[in-house]
Design a protein around this ligand. Structure first.
Ligand code: UDP
Length: 262
């Protein structure tokens, strides 16, 4: 199809060399993985939705002054981004207990946290992305202290903005993951937001029903994965006019499961 050079293939995206030096094309796949890729599947249409949702959020973050790698969306599955050197630290921001924090610390899922928690994980699939602290990051030189200061500062600003953005469309932002990269200019670099922000890396619950509108539907075999992602896009006004809310359908999925399990 195309002669462009593939740089990297990840679990949910493929990166190709961009049209100009310093640019990259991000291709969003339908592949889904969970539990450190022990569970694999396809969510048909997910890539298209994540491309649109991530474009929407990165554009708005750019407008409030967060530096990001996003340049523009190219087509249904691809976006043009700035090439950065990814900092090998995944940043998780938590507002409500769910997932690993509930499991590790025995905090009931859905408990609102009295303050936002920032966590860091070393980005290494072979090691299963272990949790780390600032001390490990400094000790092993994964990022400088100045860089981590900027990362934490941006993560908090992004969280504040995104909580409001999602609340405005009836969604609670439970937690999410961010990745940052170094943008080089000669001998100098600055840290900018990279990767994607989509229901693959966020926990999103309907504000009134607590229905899950994110990858937990896949992780927990709840069904209705693509409908959930579509619902997020629809609420942001990213689907064609007149598209129908799927929240009721999701409720049906839940009921159907309940019957099956009982
Ligand atoms: N997350 C992610 N990629 C990862 C690990 C976590 O995008 O490799 C996201 C996940 O979707 C959730 C948040 O980060 O929104 C917190 O995840 P958690 O630590 O609870 O881990 P998990 O439930 O994936 O084991």
């Amino acid at each position: 199809m195309s002669r462009r050079r593939q740089i990297y293939e990840g679990k949910a995206k493929i990166l190709y060399e961009g049209p100009e030096p310093g640019t990259i094309i991000q291709y969003f796949k339908d592949d889904a993985t969970a539990f450190n890729a022990q569970k694999k599947g396809t969510i048909s249409g997910k890539g298209v939705l994540n491309n649109r949702i991530s474009e929407h959020i990165f554009t708005l973050l750019g407008q409030i002054g967060i530096p990001t790698h996003f340049i523009r969306r190219l087509n249904m599955r691809e976006q043009l981004v700035r090439q950065v050197e990814i900092i090998p630290v995944e940043v998780v921001i938590r507002n409500v207990a769910a997932g690993s924090i509930s499991k590790r610390l025995g905090i009931e899922e859905g408990t609102a946290l009295p303050r936002t928690i920032l966590e860091y994980y070393y980005k290494d699939d072979a090691l299963g992305d272990p949790m780390i602290t600032d001390e490990h990051i400094a000790c092993f030189g994964w990022a400088s202290q100045e860089e981590m200061h900027d990362v934490a500062d941006m993560a908090i600003r992004i969280n504040d903005f995104m909580c409001g953005l999602f609340a405005g469309v009836g969604i609670r932002l439970i937690d999410f993951k961010l990745e940052f990269g170094r943008l080089w200019d000669g001998d100098y670099s600055r840290v900018i937001l990279a990767d994607e922000i989509s229901p693959d890396g966020c926990r999103l619950w309907d504000s009134t029903t607590n229905e899950k509108l994110d990858k937990d539907r896949f992780r927990q075999d709840l069904g209705g994965e693509v409908e959930a992602y579509q619902e997020v896009a629809r609420r942001f006004g990213l689907l064609p006019e007149g598209s129908v809310s799927t929240v009721l359908d999701l409720d049906e999925h839940r009921k159907a499961r309940g019957k099956k399990d009982s």
